[in-house]
Ligand binder design. Structure first.
Ligand code: PLP
Ligand SMILES: N[C@H](C=O)CCC(=O)O
Length: 431
């Protein structure tokens, strides 16, 4: 059967008449890679199935959460059992503390934690509590890092903002971003300059400790250590946004991998096992400023939702049980996929470089190296788009932007590696 997206196209047209751009999040629209986005009907293991009957190996895993693969039987059973008891109470359940305890077991820098419904909310709330704790307003972030879509954090953001090539967002008053400073990632000299200019004013540095939203960019040796030292000296809080890297790059996230202890951490994605969730946490003396204990207001009708808690508990328990062996196996499969495709690019004479850690990675269409967003933006995005479409037609669904990370799950294996490398070989021959 020749590849067709006829039904998806019709569904997209219908969606466009009802929903702006036909999507509930811009990155889903395939604007930077062209072509029609497939409409998903169901998913199982490492695969997505669309409305036209096409099957795809999934390399974006709902943008990170699906580390156990789609519809993992243990997660589905836990969610079904929780749903049978009621889908939301707006009152506390034991499951919230159960999940909080599992998170803290893996991420010891978190002494107190609160659940919210998205990564955006987690970051927004962490910034508020950091400002309250320090009595300062300014936040320092890095170009190409994405911390959700709250007003103050879209300045020079990655992900869809970078993909669409827009500077931030309309509808945000200048006054709201006046305290946001965005500088180059991996450049400690720039960080020092900002502290010299704004001495005593900076509430927090927030960053993706491994960037995923400009494509994958690794911290250079010493960068995270230097940030920790500066923050400690200056009375500034260090916030690791581990919404993507938490439970992804290692059980304890990037902070465990690189041995750095942030003051606050934001989480999302994997800790909800594919259901809507976010969390922020850190030192008790900071987190205890939250109402009802303290003066920082933060709330949520569906926060700690019982279905999300059930999916999260089951997922984290599997990761804790699997331990280092689980993460080593995942990294090994990822490395075979990532390097297998790199080898094919080399044979085809196509400049391609790769950055990755554990089970997240990006192929940049350039010779590299990529240390910051400016470097990532040198990629041949047109060629990336051609590659993306070619792979999709051959049953491999990559994240539809050069400025996003790909993810591998525990149920990707030999068959998926071979099929992916073979598809890349064919596509490279057409570029
Ligand atoms: C690092 C990071 N922070 C924050 C967010 C925002 O999370 P959400 O989309 O759940 O609001 C995302 C993903 O979107 C992310 O990757
Ligand atoms: N890069 C984003 C999150 O990690 C992609 C998810 C989205 O914005 O829809």
């Amino acid at each position: 059967m020749p590849f067709s997206l006829d039904r998806s196209r019709l569904l997209q047209q219908r969606a466009e008449s009802l929903i702006p751009g036909g999507v509930d999040s811009p990155v889903r629209a395939f604007r930077s890679v062209g072509g029609d986005p497939p409409f998903v009907e169901r998913a199982e293991g490492a695969y997505l199935f669309d409305a036209d009957g096409n099957r795809y190996i999934d390399y974006f895993g709902s943008w990170g959460p699906m580390i156990l693969g789609h519809a993992a039987p243990s997660v589905v059973s836990a969610v079904q059992a929780a749903a049978a008891k009621g889908t939301s109470f707006g009152a506390s359940t034991a499951a919230e503390a159960d999940l909080a305890a599992l998170v803290m077991q893996a991420v010891p820098s978190i002494e107190r934690l609160r659940f919210v419904s998205s990564g955006t909310e987690a970051v927004m709330s962490a910034i508020r509590v950091a400002r309250a704790f320090t009595g300062r307003n300014r936040i320092l972030k890095f170009e190409g890092c994405y911390h959700g879509h709250s007003d103050a954090l879209l300045v020079k953001a990655g992900s869809g903002v970078a993909t669409l090539g827009i500077p931030g967002s309309a509808g945000i008053p200048m006054e709201t971003t006046q305290f946001t400073t965005a500088i180059r990632y991996n450049d400690i000299g720039e960080v020092k300059k900002v502290f010299a200019k704004h001495h005593g004013e900076i509430a927090c540095i927030i960053l993706e400790p491994v960037v995923g939203n400009a494509g994958t960019i690794l911290p250079q040796p010493g960068f995270l250590e230097a940030l920790r030292e500066i923050c400690t000296q200056e009375g500034t809080l260090l916030i690791f946004d581990e919404v993507m890297t938490g439970f992804r790059v290692s059980l304890g996230g990037a902070q465990a991998l690189y041995g750095i202890k942030p003051d606050l951490t934001t989480l999302g994605k994997i800790i909800g096992g594919g259901l809507p969730v976010g969390a922020f946490g850190g030192r008790a003396e900071i987190m205890n400023l939250l109402a009802p204990l303290g003066p920082v207001y933060q709330a949520g009708t569906l926060s700690g939702n019982p279905l999300a808690m059930a999916a999260g508990i089951t997922t984290l328990q599997a990761l804790l049980d699997g331990g280092d062996d689980f993460y080593d196996a995942l990294a090994e499969v990822t490395s075979r996929i990532a390097h297998g495709v790199m080898d094919e690019a080399k044979k085809a004479g196509i400049p391609l470089c790769m950055a990755g850690v554990g089970s997240m990675f990006t192929w940049f269409f350039q010779s590299g190296p990529v240390h910051n967003f400016e470097d990532a933006a040198k990629s041949d995005t047109q060629r990336f788009g051609q590659f993306h479409r070619g792979m999709l037609e051959r049953g491999v669904w990559l994240p539809p932007s050069q400025y996003e990370a790909a993810f591998v799950s525990a149920v990707h294996g030999d068959a998926e590696i071979e099929a992916t490398v073979a598809a890349a070989r064919e596509v490279f021959a057409t570029l």
